[in-house]
Design a protein around this ligand. Structure first.
Ligand code: PLP
Length: 428
């Protein structure tokens, strides 16, 4: 019944709707969740192996996050951030800056999702150069296979051809670089026109869980310091403990000029994003009204008090539940469990960065799968029969569980993938 209405009226993201609407397809209608588990109306339970598209941190319906949202619901749902302010947004900004202690990041600009967090950084970077007397710095450097969101500005940076190439006529063109090492070869004249470099720290998620070599962020920071370009870290996926530290960039002791946060910011409860920047960037925008230095940018729901309350509760849980401390042995367990899959002739590669893992499948050693056969999707569909909900990126099965997942659930999740691979790609 519900599924039929869905098929009649809804257009799902990143979804081939002909296959979705096929009478044989039974959409999974989720009705509840607790901890790392979600369930449907029939009571079928699934481990949320994809953290509900990389957003969930402390588990579903965590009572502390529910209580924080409920308390704010009784006060006010939303008030404008243009011309007025509110307590949850103020407290969250202070808390986020504290989370970046030791960094030059002191200013918080709120928006709604990962794409807008990146848009904000792009426009701030561009305008800051105009205001600081370098209008020639108009180009953005972005990496092969990058993913920074789907709005036109963020998508312009994207390096995944299948998603973005068709929109090229309306995108701006970044300076596309294969890897940070290639920036070294950039002629000084060209480097002098770069407004900012943008990177997903440690791991490119949407590219299929691709890991950067250690030292990448440090090298990038040095190149930016040398050439004057600003540095944008898109931690929309990697933020909030996903890689083992609160922010991925802590692992290399490097801070950007812009830090983009979204997905896990509210623990996976409400849409909210933040772009953090430095006092140096901020102060370039200060002036008399008629100087028109103002950052003329914003969204209706900037600084939404419900989202900010949820985010404060989520950050509080990192302390009260020792989330990062408890996570470390679970990262090791995940590595051990995945290690047992590595010997399968159907597994080409296993890539893991903290609680972000990808299992790349192959037809046989030395022989890749034909992506058109959607083997990754079929493995994930089969994994549901073993109680695991997750998504592939082509033929890489992603396993990105909530940080609260329990050891037994980690074992069950990896076992479900192993069983699904054995069913979809039989014969060893
Ligand atoms: C998901 C993602 C985005 C886009 O975030 P949305 O909330 O989907 O707009 C941007 N950058 C990275 C690295 C992401 O993983």
């Amino acid at each position: 019944m519900l599924a039929e209405i869905d098929k009649r009226h809804i257009w799902h993201p990143f979804t081939q709707m002909r296959a979705w609407c096929d009478p044989a397809h039974e959409p999974l209608v989720l009705v509840g969740g607790s901890g790392a588990v979600v369930w449907d109306a029939a009571g079928r339970e699934f481990i949320d192996g994809n953290s509900s598209i990389w957003t969930n941190i402390h588990g579903h319906c965590h009572p502390a996050i529910s209580a924080a949202i409920a308390a704010q619901l009784g006060k006010v749902h939303h008030v404008s951030f243009l011309g007025t302010t509110n307590e949850p947004a103020i407290r969250l900004a202070e808390r986020l800056v504290k989370a970046c202690a030791g960094s030059p990041l002191t200013r918080v600009f709120y928006s709604d999702d990962g794409s807008t967090a990146v848009e904000v950084a792009l426009k701030m970077a561009l305008q800051s150069w105009q205001l600081r007397g370098h209008p020639e710095r108009t180009r953005f450097a972005a990496f092969d296979n990058a993913y920074h969101g789907d709005t036109a500005g963020a998508a312009s940076l994207g390096g995944l051809g299948a998603f973005f190439d068709r929109f090229a006529p309306v995108h701006f063109r970044p300076v596309r670089v294969p890897s940070p090492a290639d920036l070294e070869a950039m002629p000084a004249a060209e480097a002098g026109r770069i407004a900012a470099v943008v990177i997903e720290p440690l791991v490119q998620g949407a590219a299929g869980i691709r890991l950067w070599p250690p030292g990448t962020l440090r090298a990038l920071r040095e190149w930016c310091d040398r050439t004057g370009a600003l540095l944008i870290f898109d931690e929309v996926l990697t933020g909030f403990g996903r890689t083992g530290t609160l922010f991925a960039c802590e692992r290399e002791g490097v801070w950007p000029d812009f830090l983009c946060l979204a997905k896990g910011l509210t623990g996976g409860s409400l849409p909210l994003a933040a772009t953090l920047t430095t006092e140096e960037i901020f102060s370039a925008f200060l002036g008399e009204f008629e100087e028109l230095k103002t950052f003329f940018y914003g969204h209706s729901y900037c600084g939404n008090p419900l989202g900010c309350s949820a985010a404060l509760a989520s950050l509080g849980l990192f302390e009260s539940e020792n989330t990062l401390g408890n996570l470390q042995p679970k990262i090791g367990l995940l590595a051990d469990e995945l290690g047992a899959l590595a010997s399968s002739p159907r597994v080409k590669d296993i890539r893991q960065c903290g609680f972000i893992a990808g299992i790349e499948l192959q037809a046989a050693p030395g022989r890749d799968l034909d992506w058109r056969a959607q083997t990754g999707a079929r493995v994930c569909a089969e994994a549901r029969n073993h109680g695991l909900l997750t998504r592939p990126i082509l033929d890489t099965v992603a396993l990105i569980p909530p940080l609260c997942i329990e050891p037994a659930q980690i074992r069950k999740a990896v076992a479900a993938i192993a069983a699904a691979i054995a069913t979809v790609l039989p014969g060893r």
